[in-house]
Design a protein around this ligand. Sequence first.
Ligand code: AVJ
Length: 326
Amino acid sequence: AVTEALRIVDEDETGINNAFRDDVLRGLSEAQKAVPARWFYDERGSELFEQITQVEEYYPTRAETEILKKRGEEFRTAIGKGRAVVEFGSGSSVKTPLLLSAIDPAAYVPIDISGDFLCAAADQLSAKFPHLPVHPVEADFTRPVTMPTAIASMARLGFFPGSTIGNMVPRTAVDMLRDMRATLEDGSPEDTPPMLLIGMDRIKDAAILEAAYDDAAGVTAAFNLNLVTRINRELDGTIPENALKHRAIWNDEVARVEMHLEATRDIAFTVCERRFTMAKGETIHTENSHKYSRRSATALLLASGWSPITCWTDSDKRFMVMLAEA
Ligand code: AVJ
C-alpha cells in the first residue's frame, strides 16, 4: 500500500540542478575548497556506498545492524507498538525491516530528497510488509516537513540510522535535530511526545577510523572521486580526475574523519564556465564524518530538545543506537 509521492526538483532550462551548481560554485570559491557530502549520492555514488558497507574495514553498517537485530525486544518494550515510524532518508534494504518487525508500527513514512530512491524503498518495504500503510514523502528532511494527513493523531517514532548525523557539524546537526522534532510533532497527539531512534558512530582508534574511510580495495576512494565525475558530467566541468587523490584524515580536535581530494600537481579547470585553480597539495574537502562519545552524543541530543532514554552498543562497542524522547 504505497501512496504517490510528491516530486520537488529544482532544475534550470538546461536541466542543471540549481542547488548542486550553487553548492559546487560556492564551495570551490572558498579558501578551503569544499563540496557538501550530500552530492555524493547520484546513481553511481549510491551504488558505491552500498559497496562500501560490504568492505571489511567499514564496520558501521555491520555494527548498527547487529544492534538492530539483537535489541528488537528491548526496542518494543521501550517504544511500544502502534507508532508511525518516520524514517529520515529512504529505508535501507536491511535495517528498516529489522526495526519494523520488532515494534509493529501503525504506518511507515520514509522521507527522502530523491524520489527515485524513495519509491524503490517504499515498494520494497510494502512487499515485505503488505499490511503496513506506507506514505513516502519526497522532501529535504534537514528542514521541517509536513506529515501526511493519513498519520494524523498517530504517535511518532523518528528513525535516523547510519550515523548520517555525523556528516553535519554540530551547529547544523542541532538545527536538523530540532527540525526533526518539529516534523514529528506535526499533527501528532499532544499527550504522546515523539521519540527518536538514531545511530551514531563512536570515537575509536585513529587507525581503525582512517582505514574505514580508506579501504584497501579502493572503494571509498572511488566513491570520493565519483563526486568529480558527477561535477564534470552534470555541471560541464573539466576537473582532471587523474590529478586528484583520495585522502581520509582523523581530525582529533573536532572528533571527525575528513575526506578530501588532494591535487597531486598544480591544476586549472572550469565548472559551469567558471575558472578555478588548485596548487599541488591543495584539497577539496568533501565529507565530515563526526564520531561521538556517549557524553557528546547526549549533549548534542539535549541541545536539540531530545532527552536520551537508552543507549545500545554492539558487542565491540564501535557504534551506538540512542533512543530519545521530545
Ligand atoms: C552514510 C554518512 C554515514 O560517514 O560513514 C562512508 C558515508 N563516506 N564512507 C559515513 C561514507 C565514506 C557514511 N554515511
